[in-house]
Design a protein around this ligand. Sequence first.
Ligand SMILES: Cc1cc2nc3c(=O)[nH]c(=O)nc-3n(C[C@H](O)[C@H](O)[C@H](O)COP(=O)(O)O)c2cc1C
Length: 204
Amino acid sequence: MYYESELPSALKFDPFKAIVAPRPIGWIGTLNADGVPNLGPYSFFNAISTRPNLVAFSSEGYKHSTANAQNWREFTFSLVTHTLRHQMNATSAHLEDGANEFEVAGLEMGQSRIVKAPFVKASPAAFECKVVDSFELKGVDGESAGSFLTIGQVVAVHIDDAYIVDGRFDAERAQSIARCGYRNYATASTLWELERPDGPVVPV
Ligand SMILES: Cc1cc2nc3c(=O)[nH]c(=O)nc-3n(C[C@H](O)[C@H](O)[C@H](O)COP(=O)(O)O)c2cc1C
């Protein structure tokens, strides 16, 4: 199969998101203009740099998380686990501005120390982030994609000590989940190691 812009009739849906998978889910915590907490999952999310540690999420349309992150120049990231999957899904509902998705999903808020936005207290790991940049994406034709990329620098890290094993964060124990295509998800349950041909013994 080969195609450019038109999907072949054999494909019921665009497989783009099933191919770029599994994708980590950024559970993004922000405050609205009135200071009301907001929480939503974003699988157009990833780590994009170290030193400094940077993460980015993209909102398809100008969603609350983007508006709030631009306004306060900050957001939080909470790691989504298999245990938290239903609460994560509940926070993806399209609610009006000012609806507190932490409360809607029955999630206790963790108190950030550097930024004002809360994180998911039950999550094994969370970041406090300051916005470095946030802008609208374009296609090669220069036309607006209608999506907005927000880049944040990790300025504080919260980890539940129960998930630190031999000095490493244990994603297998955390059962971190990731988004695949369609309605599929994957769980980090089978981790395996591969040494780099010329890399250091301890991964960095
Ligand atoms: C697992 C999952 C991943 C999602 N990823 C994205 C995404 O990357 N970008 C996006 O615009 N919406 C995504 N959504 C939908 C948003 O979560 C949804 O539109 C939500 O209402 C946005 O909340 P907000 O307006 O409070 O930011 C995702 C939903 C789910 C369940």
